[in-house]
Design a protein around this ligand. Structure first.
Ligand code: PMV
Length: 364
C-alpha cells in the first residue's frame, strides 16, 4: 500500500454545490505515538480506544467557483467566524491537494462545534481533523461514485493523518492501530486500521473519565514535542519498546487480564512523559494535581482491588480507565476524591466508541 493509490483518477461526475456533515470522536492512545518522520509518518506504532462522547461535528458547504487559482474557505466555531483557524486548515489543504485535486474548484464554508468545552485542555485536533477529512471524502465520493466503504475509511484516515497524526485513529472504533508492526496484520504507517484480533468482554464498554486537571494552553505543543524525539538519547529504545508493548498487549486483550492491561498502559503513559522530561530542551506537562490524582488512584486500587488505571496524553489531564462492571464504585471515588484536583471540579464521563457518523442534512 502506497500514497499513490490515494491520488484519484479523473472524476466522473460534476457537482456544483451541496452540504455534507460528519461527527467524529476523539481517541485516547494506550500505546503512544511520540516521534514522527515527515508528513506524520510515525516513528512507532500506537493503539487507541476510540471515544464516544468527546466529538466534533462539522458541516461542510461547497459551491463551485469560476476560477481555480487558490483555496477559498471560511471556518466557523459555534457559529463564530474564526480567521485564526485559517492557517492550520490552509496548511492541511496544501498537504492534501494532490489527493483531493478538487480543493481549489470550490468555495467552502466549514462550520464546526465540539461536545467538550473549548478551553478544556482536551485537544480537538483528532476529532476536528477527522471530521473535516470525512466531509471532504463525502464530496469526493459524489465526484467519483462507486468507491468502497473500505477505501472511503482508509482514505479518510490517511487524510486525517496529514492534518494531525493521531486523528487517523478517529474514523472507526473501537480499537485502532496505526503504524506498521509485524504482529498486527494489515497495520500501516499511512492510516489507522481496526485492531484485527480477539478482544475479551472485559474491554467492552470500557470507561474513560477525563479529569480536567489543567485547562490552560500547553507550554509545549505536540508538534514541538514530537520533533524533540529527533536526536533524543532514548529514542531508539523507546521506539523499539512501543513495538514490544503492542505485541504484549495482544494476549492481554485476548485473555481480559486487567491487571496486566493497567500495568502496560500506565507504564506507557509515564514513559511518554519521561520522554518529554529527558528531551533537550526538557519540559514537564504534568501538574502537581496530575501526580496527586495518580497517587490516589494507586492507593485506591491497592485498598479495593478494583481495576482502576490511568493514562495521560500530551498534557496534565488524567484519563481514568476502568471496566464498566466496576463503574458505580469507581465513579463515586472520582466524585468524592479526585474531582477536587480538577479545575472547577470538572471531569467528562466518556467510554469506548465505534467511530465517526455521517449526519443527514435537512435541506429545508
Ligand atoms: O496527533 P498529535 O500530533 O497531536 O500527537 C498525539 C500524541 C499523543 O497524544 C501524546 C499520543 C497519541 O498516540 O495520541
Amino acid at each position: 500500500m502506497t500514497e499513490q493509490q490515494f491520488i484519484p483518477q479523473v472524476y466522473t461526475k460534476d457537482i456544483t454545490e451541496g452540504t455534507v456533515s460528519w461527527e467524529s470522536p476523539s481517541n485516547i492512545a494506550l500505546i503512544k505515538y511520540w516521534g514522527k518522520k515527515k508528513d506524520q509518518i510515525p516513528e512507532n506504532p500506537s493503539i487507541s480506544f476510540t471515544l464516544n462522547a468527546c466529538k466534533t461535528t462539522t458541516v461542510l458547504s461547497y459551491s463551485k467557483k469560476e476560477t481555480t487559482s487558490d483555496f477559498d474557505f471560511k471556518v466557523y466555531l459555534d457559529g463564530e467566524h474564526k480567521p485564526d483557524f485559517q492557517p492550520k486548515i490552509k496548511t492541511f489543504f496544501e498537504r492534501v491537494l494532490v489527493y483531493l485535486p478538487f480543493l481549489k474548484d470550490y468555495a467552502f464554508k466549514i462550520e464546526t462545534s465540539n461536545t467538550f468545552p473549548h478551553s478544556s485542555g482536551i485537544a480537538s485536533s483528532a476529532s476536528g481533523m477527522s471530521a473535516l477529512a470525512l466531509c471532504l471524502m463525502s464530496l469526493e465520493q459524489q465526484l467519483q461514485p462507486g468507491m468502497t466503504s473500505e477505501f472511503f475509511n482508509q482514505k479518510a484516515s490517511f487524510l486525517s493523518r496529514l492534518g494531525s497524526g493521531s486523528a487517523c485513529r478517529s474514523i472507526e472504533g473501537d480499537l485502532i492501530v496505526w503504524g506498521e508492526n509485524e504482529t498486527v496484520e494489515g497495520s500501516s504507517d499511512l492510516f489507522g486500521v481496526k485492531y484485527p484480533y480477539a478482544v475479551h468482554e472485559n474491554f467492552k464498554n470500557y470507561q474513560d473519565t477525563i479529569l480536567l486537571v489543567d485547562k490552560g494552553e500547553k507550554q509545549v505543543s505536540s508538534t514541538v514535542g514530537h520533533n524533540l524525539m529527533h536526536g533524543h538519547p532514548f529514542a531508539a529504545q523507546r521506539f523499539a519498546q512501543a513495538h514490544e508493548n503492542l505485541a504484549s498487549l495482544k494476549p492481554i486483550l485476548e485473555s481480559g487480564d486487567l491487571d496486566a492491561f493497567i500495568a502496560l498502559i500506565e507504564s506507557e503513559a509515564l514513559t511518554l512523559h519521561a520522554m518529554m522530561m529527558t528531551s533537550m530542551p526538557y519540559f514537564i506537562l504534568m501538574k502537581p494535581n496530575t501526580l496527586e490524582v495518580i497517587n490516589k488512584i494507586w492507593a485506591f486500587r491497592k485498598e479495593t482491588g478494583l481495576h482502576i488505571g490511568f493514562t495521560l496524553d500530551a498534557g496534565a489531564n488524567v484519563h481514568v480507565l476502568y471496566p464498566k462492571s466496576e463503574a458505580e464504585v469507581i465513579l463515586k471515588f472520582i466524585k468524592t476524591e479526585l474531582a477536587s484536583h480538577c479545575q472547577n471540579r470538572q471531569f467528562i464521563c466518556d467510554e469506548i466508541g465505534f467511530g465517526a457518523n455521517q449526519l443527514i442534512i435537512n435541506k429545508d
